[in-house]
Design a protein around this ligand. Structure first.
Ligand code: ARG
Length: 256
């Protein structure tokens, strides 16, 4: 991994801000690079979304297990230090459900390149619908939805309200044009517009990238992982490829 990637990674791990941002289609000032103008998600629109106290996102894999990014956690084992907030778009809402962690499982073999997934076991269930994970590559294409409480522009602050955006699939070949050998194609799936403008950003890490399946249900295909800046032209967002890890996630969750 090169130095700039390492810097991006450590910034990510230390993330204090998180959010998804999108450019309004047809927006008058398609701002230059990092600005990503998001839209707010509505209450209940993505009920599986969870905000984690270290400054990351996550999704309810089960009501008591959150799927997030490996770079959002310190390692594996008993861990009561994380608070998961669910059930709300407004983190300051009186109806927010806050639950402590009991255990963390970081992807086996995680070393900062690929394998960017982790599970967090909660002390009690969050009574919301869960997000199923893709276990084949069949949904690794098309248009994806991303959501989070992270920065709405590169260098910006975290958000109180959940933001959402949609981004198109980017092929491994095109993504390698941007990132070269920093990309681990089997482990990672990219998304974004050639012209930038819409992307996840710091603090969205660990949150899901998802789309509709053939029955119209949401299915998770990615986990927010990294990128060069946010929404920069020519630099798509990089997401953990959930289908690659579906079996490992299932096995790990069964043992938590
Ligand atoms: N690593 C960041 C985090 O910890 C997420 C960065 C996503 N970047 C992007 N350009 N899509 O929050």
């Amino acid at each position: 991994m090169n130095t700039s990637r390492l810097i991006r990674r450590s910034l990510a791990a230390a993330a204090v801000t998180l959010a998804a941002v999108s450019l309004q289609p047809g927006s008058a000032s398609a701002s230059p690079s990092p600005v990503v103008g998001g839209t707010r998600a509505t209450q209940g629109e993505f009920p599986f979304m969870v905000r984690l106290s270290m400054g990351c996102g996550g999704a309810l894999y089960t009501q008591q297990i959150v799927l997030t990014a490996a770079h959002c956690v310190d390692g594996s084992g008993n861990n009561t230090s994380i608070t998961a907030t669910g059930g709300v778009v407004d983190l300051n809402s009186a109806s927010a459900v806050k639950v402590k962690s009991t255990k963390v499982l970081q992807a086996p073999g995680y070393n900062g390149k690929g394998k960017d997934w982790a599970l967090i076991k909660l002390a009690k269930p969050i009574n919301q619908p869960t997000l199923k994970i893709a276990d084949t590559t069949q949904f690794n294409n098309g248009t994806f939805t991303v959501a989070g409480w992270g920065a709405t522009r590169e260098g910006g602050g975290q958000q109180r309200y959940l933001m959402k955006a949609t981004v198109p699939f980017v092929s491994d070949a095109a993504c390698q044009t941007a990132y070269g050998s920093d990309l681990t194609p089997g482990d990672e799936i990219c998304a974004g517009f050639d012209q930038g403008g819409v992307d996840t950003c710091q603090g969205d890490s660990g949150g899901p990238m998802f789309r509709r399946d053939d029955a119209g249900a949401w299915i998770q295909v990615g986990i927010v992982s990294w990128g060069q800046g946010c929404a920069e032209p020519g630099y798509p967002g990089v997401y953990s490829e959930v289908s690659t890890f579906a079996n490992a996630i299932r096995t790990a969750a069964a043992g938590l």
